[in-house]
Design a protein around this ligand. Structure first.
Ligand code: 4AD
Ligand code: MG
Length: 464
């Protein structure tokens, strides 16, 4: 009896003999007089497998001419390999070519640039690099749930369609079923969104935070993990219009607990990948990220530095003469990419948590400190990327929150339900948002966020 096996299972279970069927895609064929070697990958693991094909097979001529990308199904006998680099190989008994590759296959060449692969995003999953990156991404996703479930958090699915703007930054994509050529107008001549599908202006969510806060006030430890959308005008290596975010929220807690949770979670993710994806990380390191594994090991074993925004500005001001920043550091400004880089690559080599930002550069919901100038906010910054996590303790006092909404020119009536949380059994609480693709970037060391998203959406491009 022979049965279908994945290469991952064959290696994991140390299967060294017996008749099996394997299926996958050819990487290359090496010919000799009496036989040829077909090296293929089935996607289940980083490891390729070698098939030995004897010239006596009836379709040998066709097999020996196969090119990279050909899909195959092979029945054969496993045996301990004498060659280097693999434990087992397969002696082919029946070799079926499932799908030929046409001559214009874009990935024929061995080395293809990341830019070129971005233009061929529908095919790039077939490369070893993207196989590795997306298996790592899968592991990070699984580890996320494992981490929060182990800590007794509950996963809440917050809405994707929403009438609230969590960040108040106006970077939302509108969702509407109105006829764009002939929308209904109100008496002021403005588009009348009360006639729209939901009876109110509606958008794709920028964050599930406000909704998950509601659940935190009942279930205490909760988290969201889902897609978020931002119509940002940022063409950088770290911005997407559609990205996934993990947002935990905890009740009866302040900023210190939130920061501790963030560090524990990040280290857990890195540890999980180090122990579950060693081959993937090794491959990515060799191809794209020199020193990757050692760097990751360094992150999990070292203390994360925590400084206030005020201290960060002092550090940056002191460094300004030497670094000659484009934007002069000054208390009150938002930290620029160059500042984040200096803090994580110059001042310290590794993640840095910056806390207690000026209230005017942060969102309305953050807890106002007694100084009246700063809020209990934190950003986790990492080398090469900058901000990877943004979080805060939330303002739990009704009056202060109302004042902040007014100061930021938002409308109290839009947030009536959010304010209710502060009226009925309010409690200190807080949480953060981790940009999932930025975390994948950090763990893989890939420079461009578009290379860790299956089909990236950025301004001007929603192809595929
Ligand atoms: O700092 P942000 O805007 O925070 C929030 O949305 C809060 N509601 C989170 C919370 O407290 N529950 O976004 C959180 C993280 C950022 O630190 C960044 O990693 C990521 O989301 N992010 C992006 N990632 C990719 N592309 C973009 N355009 C991103 N914008 C934010
Ligand atoms: Mg932020």
């Amino acid at each position: 009896m022979s049965s279908l096996h994945s290469v991952k299972k064959i290696i994991k279970d140390r299967i060294h003999e017996g008749s099996v069927v394997v299926e996958g895609w050819v990487r290359f064929v090496r010919k000799s007089k009496q036989f040829c070697f077909v090296v293929f990958n089935d996607g289940s693991t980083q490891d390729n497998m070698q098939i030995v094909v004897d010239a006596s097979l009836s379709n040998y001529a066709e097999i020996s001419k196969m090119i990279n990308g050909t899909s195959i199904s092979v029945l054969g006998d496993l045996r301990v390999s004498e060659g280097k680099g693999q434990a087992v190989e397969l002696d082919a008994k029946e070799f079926t070519i499932v799908g030929h590759v046409e001559a214009d296959y874009p990935l024929q060449k061995k080395a293809t640039s990341l830019e070129f692969l971005r233009e061929n995003a529908h095919l790039r999953a077939r490369t070893q690099l993207f196989g590795a990156v997306f298996r790592v991404k899968n592991a990070l996703s699984y580890a996320t749930h494992r981490f929060f479930q182990e800590q007794d958090f509950y996963w809440i699915h917050t809405p994707i369609l929403t009438a609230s703007d969590c960040e108040g930054a106006g970077e939302m994509f509108r969702v509407s079923t109105l006829d764009p050529k002939n929308p209904p107008l109100d008496d002021k001549g403005e588009i009348d969104y009360t006639k729209d599908y939901f009876g109110a202006p509606t958008h794709l969510t920028v964050s599930g935070q406000l909704n998950v806060e509601c659940f935190s006030m009942g279930l205490n430890k909760v988290y969201t993990f889902g897609p978020t959308f931002r119509a940002e005008n940022s063409h950088t290596h770290r911005h997407l219009s559609e990205f996934w975010m993990i947002e935990p929220e905890i009740a009866f807690a302040g900023l210190d607990e939130v920061a501790d949770l963030a560090i524990e979670y990040m280290k857990y993710l890195i540890n999980y990948c180090l122990s579950h994806c060693p081959k993937e990380l090794e491959f990515i390191e060799k191809r794209e990220s020199p020193g990757l594994v050692e760097r990751l090991q360094g992150v999990v074993t070292s203390e994360v530095v925590k400084i206030t925004y005020t201290k960060a500005i002092e550090i940056l001001e002191a460094a300004h003469a030497k670094e000659n920043f484009e934007f002069a550091p000054k208390w009150g400004i938002d930290l620029q990419t160059e500042h984040e880089r200096y803090l994580t690559e110059g001042f310290h080599q590794g993640p840095v948590i910056v806390t207690d930002y000026p209230k005017d550069i942060k969102a309305f919901y953050m807890k106002l400190s007694d100084d009246g100038k700063t809020v209990r906010a934190m950003d986790v910054l990492v080398p090469g990327i900058g901000e990877i996590i943004g979080g805060s303790q939330r303002e739990e006092k009704l009056d202060t929150l109302k004042k902040r909404i007014k100061e930021m020119n938002l409308s109290e009536s839009d947030y009536w339900w959010y304010l209710d949380l502060r009226k009925y059994g309010t409690a200190p609480h807080g949480g953060f948002g981790l940009g999932f693709e930025r975390m994948v970037q950090y763990v893989t060391g890939l420079h461009n966020i578009r290379d860790v998203m299956a089909f990236p959406r950025v301004q001007g491009n929603a192809k595929f």
